[in-house]
Unconditional design. Structure first.
Length: 95
């Protein structure tokens, strides 16, 4: 199992629109092969951002998703509301 952690930096004036549209997009993400679970929420500090955590069966599941039309559709929901590119890391959970 691999956990993807994405930090999504949102324009200050676009927070409500981001939440509405990102919520729609998560339906696409949840149905992807290898997506075991996800959660997301608003970061408390230091700047306006949301954190997305996705539990993938393996890292290749995420890479495969990135090559699909669904990935473009997913990003299309929320990318217009971002102030800069997302930061994405993957890790293997420990104890």
């Amino acid at each position: 199992m691999v956990i993807e952690v994405a930090t999504l930096f949102v324009k200050n004036e676009a927070e409500a629109d981001f939440v509405r549209d990102f919520t729609k997009g998560t339906d696409i993400l949840r149905r992807q092969p290898g997506c075991k679970n996800l959660r997301w929420g608003k970061r408390v500090e230091p700047e306006l951002a949301f954190i997305l955590e996705v539990e993938w069966g393996e890292i290749q599941d995420h890479f495969n998703f990135r090559e699909t039309d669904d990935f473009a559709t997913f990003g299309g929901y929320f990318r217009p509301h971002l102030s800069k590119a997302p930061e994405v890391v993957h890790f293997e959970p420990g104890g």
